[in-house]
Design a protein around this ligand. Sequence first.
Ligand SMILES: Cc1cc2nc3c(=O)[nH]c(=O)nc-3n(C[C@H](O)[C@H](O)[C@H](O)COP(=O)(O)OP(=O)(O)OC[C@H]3O[C@@H](n4cnc5c(N)ncnc54)[C@H](O)[C@@H]3O)c2cc1C
Length: 312
Amino acid sequence: MFKYDVAIVGGGLAGLTAANFLVKEGKKVVVLEKSNRLGGRAMTNDKNGILMNLGTHGLYLSGETMTILTELGLSIPGGNASKSVQIHGILNKSVQVIPTDFSSIMSSSLLSWKSKFVFGKLMLNLMKLNVDSIPEVSLTEWADAEISDPMVRHIFYSICRLTTYTNAPTLQLAKPVLKQVQRSLKGGVLYVDGGWGTIVEKLRQQAIAAGVEIFPSKNVVKIEHYGDYQSILCSDGTVFNVTDCIVAAPPKEAVKMIKDAEHTSLGLWNKQAIPITASCIDLGLKKLPTSRHQFAIGLDQSLFFVYGTLEM
Ligand SMILES: Cc1cc2nc3c(=O)[nH]c(=O)nc-3n(C[C@H](O)[C@H](O)[C@H](O)COP(=O)(O)OP(=O)(O)OC[C@H]3O[C@@H](n4cnc5c(N)ncnc54)[C@H](O)[C@@H]3O)c2cc1C
């Protein structure tokens, strides 16, 4: 007999999405977010009129996020970057077009005639590959067995780094990486008008309209389980007693708030999770020095330059 059935800890994409689904099922839901803003890693910051995504940039049109947003009835405005932008590769300080379709494969100066054929075949195979049938091997093991041409391998790895934001081919399993590569090849990537803040705001508005209560600046410090209810304590002393609780915060945070969590699968997940370290510099430019170079990735190193414009 509590005011809320479910408390969701964390007002990022996962928390707000869960809130929307639960309220549709008739649950009374409260979202508790530690920051004074919603969105987590999907926030967009407005720097003098230039919108900068804190984390998330591309929405994979054939990915699960898009499926979920569509299921919630949200339409997301934006432009399909894959259709309008040429991808460039940086190799030995020179910038060259990365082939992505038949004509760019033919005109590419990165690849010899033999490599063009090998690359074209690899792209076709990746499109129709049954990813679920791939055994539990690392990306390196898969690439070693499937790709012998050194330049084709360079391009393949750079596409894998780009689509997963990760540079750990010996640790990553081939299956999820290839699934992500397939998503980008098949559906393309949408760059959201107004940044990912647009999606966060749409999720927030829909949740509130359906009756979800959202509290920013609520730092959850302890979650205790008492038989048929959970007691959630915030750093300001507020307590929420609810039937169920969903923690939509990263494992490092989650393990701290849940009593004895270090002995559970969450504790194990927290121990095994390897944080990704990346340096990101956002620059607001009035125009690009070379307007053709809107999108460039390192072929022999882990670099990713992307340019977004309101007109795109
Ligand atoms: C640089 C970068 C680029 C990315 N690019 C892409 C991309 O192009 N495409 C894509 O699909 N994904 C991308 N991602 C991944 C995407 O940003 C994340 O998967 C997604 O935003 C995670 O959402 P979440 O809700 O699970 O977690 P988070 O966004 O981390 O949300 C967790 C929330 O919990 C809150 N919280 C934590 N502790 C507490 C507490 N004690 N009490 C209350 N609240 C708490 C946090 O403040 C936060 O708001 C990128 C990520 C990064 C970092």
